[in-house]
Write a protein that binds this ligand. Sequence first.
Ligand SMILES: Cc1cc2nc3c(=O)[nH]c(=O)nc-3n(C[C@H](O)[C@H](O)[C@H](O)COP(=O)(O)O)c2cc1C
Length: 191
Amino acid sequence: MNAIFERRSVRDFLDKPVEKEKLDRILRAAFEAPSAHNRRPWEWVMITDRVDREAVAAMSPWAKMCASAPVVLAACADLKKGDPDYGENAAAGLTAENAAAGEDIYWIQDLSAAVENALLQITCEGLGGVWLGWYPDKGRVRSFMDAFGLPPHIVPFALIALGYPVKTPRPKDRFDPAKVHHGRYGQAGTD
Ligand SMILES: Cc1cc2nc3c(=O)[nH]c(=O)nc-3n(C[C@H](O)[C@H](O)[C@H](O)COP(=O)(O)O)c2cc1C
């Protein structure tokens, strides 16, 4: 799949809206991600309003491009779906900012897979995007929840700023065979 090798983070965007069909396919790709126990604990907030994007840009020093990206997609986790012990954990004081305690909790992996699927489809659509880490930064999580009306069990996990790239970054080969171990850790492969 070439998109995997062509995808690179894009942080500069043209002032050009993204077609609805492309956004639909990006979301559809995200929903096809693998998910532990098939829980699919994701919810998405699509942000296009300029004032809202500027508000998001102000929430993190690493998310300034949200002000100029035509679309910001927030990948959120529904803890009621992603955490089998959510009721007990919430009663014991778990909040969105410190979620992820307990066994059998895979929502971080589930959401990561969905975000990567979205980024790959963004590449396939001739667009560019960048993954913006949100959870577990408590300040970012709280600011986003307050600004966009998230209930306590919905955690803003990561944001994706996307749009038409000003320029398409070149693919890079990052493969490093020294980091692949054969049979035992530290053992090189034979040709
Ligand atoms: C969990 C995670 C959080 C990230 N957070 C940010 C961020 O806040 N701002 C940003 O500009 N890039 C962010 N990135 C993008 C990385 O900087 C980028 O993926 C990395 O430099 C490799 O470059 P590439 O995506 O072009 O391959 C994040 C990536 C990941 C996986």
